[in-house]
Design a protein around this ligand. Structure first.
Ligand SMILES: Cc1cc2nc3c(=O)[nH]c(=O)nc-3n(C[C@H](O)[C@H](O)[C@H](O)COP(=O)(O)OP(=O)(O)OC[C@H]3O[C@@H](n4cnc5c(N)ncnc54)[C@H](O)[C@@H]3O)c2cc1C
Length: 491
């Protein structure tokens, strides 16, 4: 019996060790950046890579789901583009596959803004508040450009400080709601936290143009990621069937040196490679889900821990009938409450999915955290109370509600990164700097387009290029950077 047990243990051990698959590269995570890295490796002729993905799907924070009989997006929803000097690569794919997207017309905010206790603000009142925010954006943009022009000093301030400098700090509940819509609605954190220099002028607008296009297609925003995956990986019947992509592999330990990496997953598997590309969100890196051996150096841990991951939640509601106006200029409506961002930004989907009777409300930051922690029934009651203030007491209750919980999910811990005021460019270089055979990617590592899906796409490709250069030409950024940064922190 004892011998049998020993044999069993040996067999198990051999099975585990034999699954240690030598590869050139292991990519951790199959979100946009991980898939983009795989595509880049494939196109450079490096085929012996593996992807270890914690969940049972690709796409990460680009994630469709079924709600009320239609596809809605729990994660990324808008494509930025059209009319700017550059083409958004994701928009180009969307065009090629005829992914349905709709121009978001925010211009009617002055006609659709409701008071805390009901009734609308006058057009003039809302326009006055909008003018204040526009002035802050203009002033902030000019000031940010001045700060960026001075290359000798890495000077920065918060968006809030810039508003104060402009003598236009939002004061009333209405002004605060417009401020929330303009800044928290984009960065998922308040102007008190957010860097002026790295958020204004908005890189998405300067590169691609100011139009924002809302994806509403039964195939989901993630079909763009699938298009990239098809270039890199064997693909059939709407899914990746490539043996190099491992689903449900939660990486929990990464042992690294200058010459190689060993990764362990939660289910006891071991994988080995010359290099690894780490793509999970900065929130996952902050959470210590992955243990690095040796521990990451202090300069790296500081760069990770001092960056910010915002939380932005779209709460979807389904109704038995429509009680809101439809047609041009009615897509969005806004609610003003003393509490910043309290069920503030509403969008109805009648244009995209006629007759669906679906709408959603966007909350962010502390409200997102609060709502994630309470039962759905409580959130539904709060949302219904707001809707009754707006549309009257006789509207029907929602029949269904869907609340994504990005912050509580250990594979994300939030939605998209935000550059905090005072976080230096040097620190951001540290955030993306490789260490020996370990390379770091993900939307948070892109210096301009952090936060966005296309930022993840470019980050993945850039990181893969560093790896390709190291593997093929023996020009290894990892070692160069490590020497520089280690030296800087030795003193
Ligand atoms: C609610 C929301 C709204 C958004 N709106 C927009 C928008 O309108 N427009 C836009 O451009 N962008 C938007 N974004 C941002 C965009 O979705 C992200 O920037 C982008 O998808 C991030 O891609 P990534 O590859 O960097 O990270 P991720 O998508 O997070 O990919 C990382 C992958 O790693 C996996 N993983 C995590 N931990 C482990 C582990 N230990 N082991 C193995 N695998 C692991 C994860 O499951 C994931 O698949 C939004 C995001 C959210 C959540």
């Amino acid at each position: 019996m004892k011998i049998l047990l020993v044999l069993l243990c040996i067999t198990l051990f051999v099975a585990l060790v034999s699954s240690a698959t030598p590869a050139s590269v292991i990519i951790v995570g199959a979100g946009m950046s991980g898939i983009s890295a795989a595509k880049q490796l494939q196109e450079a002729g490096i085929y012996d890579y593996l992807i270890l993905e914690a969940t049972d799907r690709i796409g990460g924070r680009i994630h469709k789901t079924q709600f009320g009989g239609h596809t809605v997006e729990k994660g990324a929803n808008w494509l930025h583009g059209v009319g700017g000097p550059e083409k958004n690569p994701m928009f180009e794919i969307a065009k090629r596959i005829n992914l349905k997207n709709y121009y978001s017309d925010f211009s009617n905010i002055s006609l659709n803004t409701y008071k805390q206790e009901g009734g609308k603000y006058s057009k003039e009142e809302v326009e006055a508040a909008l003018n204040k925010t526009e002035s802050n954006e203009e002033f902030g943009t000019e000031f940010a450009e001045k700060l960026s022009a001075n290359k000798d000093v890495d000077d920065d301030m918060s968006l809030l400080a810039a508003e104060r400098l402009n003598n236009m700090e939002p004061k009333t509940a209405l002004e605060r709601m417009i401020d929330f819509y303009s800044f928290d609605g984009e960065q998922a954190e308040s102007p008190r936290i957010t860097s002026l220099k790295h958020v204004l002028p908005r890189p998405e607008y300067t590169l691609y143009g100011e139009g924002e296009y809302f994806v509403a297609d039964e195939r989901g925003f993630e079909s763009i990621v699938h298009e990239y995956a098809k270039i890199a990986l064997a693909y059939k019947n709407g899914g990746v069937i490539d043996a190099r992509l491992y689903y449900n592999k939660v990486v929990t330990e990464i042992e690294y040196s200058d010459t190689g990496v060993t990764l362990k997953t939660e289910d006891g598997r071991v994988f080995q490679a010359k290099t690894a590309i780490i793509s999970p969100s900065v929130g996952v890196l902050q959470s210590n889900l992955i243990k690095f051996k040796p521990e990451l150096p202090l300069w790296k841990r500081r760069a990770i821990d001092e960056f910010s991951l915002g939380i932005y939640t779209k709460i979807f509601l389904k109704f038995p009938r429509r009680f809101w106006p439809t047609g041009p200029g009615t897509e969005f409506f806004f609610y003003v409450h003393q509490r910043r961002g309290y069920y503030a930004i509403w969008q109805q989907l009648d244009n995209e999915y006629p007759g669906s009777n679906i709408m959603f409300v966007t909350v962010a930051d502390q409200e997102s955290i609060r709502i994630e922690q309470q039962p759905d029934s409580k959130t539904k009651a709060e949302a219904m109370e707001v809707l009754r203030k707006i549309f009257g007491k006789n509207i029907p209750d929602a029949t269904d509600i869907m609340i994504p919980r990005w912050n509580s999910d250990r594979f994300y811990k939030g939605t998209f990164s935000n550059w905090p005021a005072g976080y230096t460019e040097e620190k951001h270089n540290h955030l993306r700097a490789p260490i020996g055979s370990l390379y770091f990617t993900g939307e948070h590592t892109h210096a301009q387009l952090f936060g966005y899906a296309d930022g993840a796409y470019f980050a993945g490709a850039e990181t893969a290029n560093d790896v390709i250069s190291c593997l093929k030409r023996k020009v290894c950024k990892g070692n160069i950077n490590m020497n520089i940064t280690e030296h800087a922190f030795e003193n």
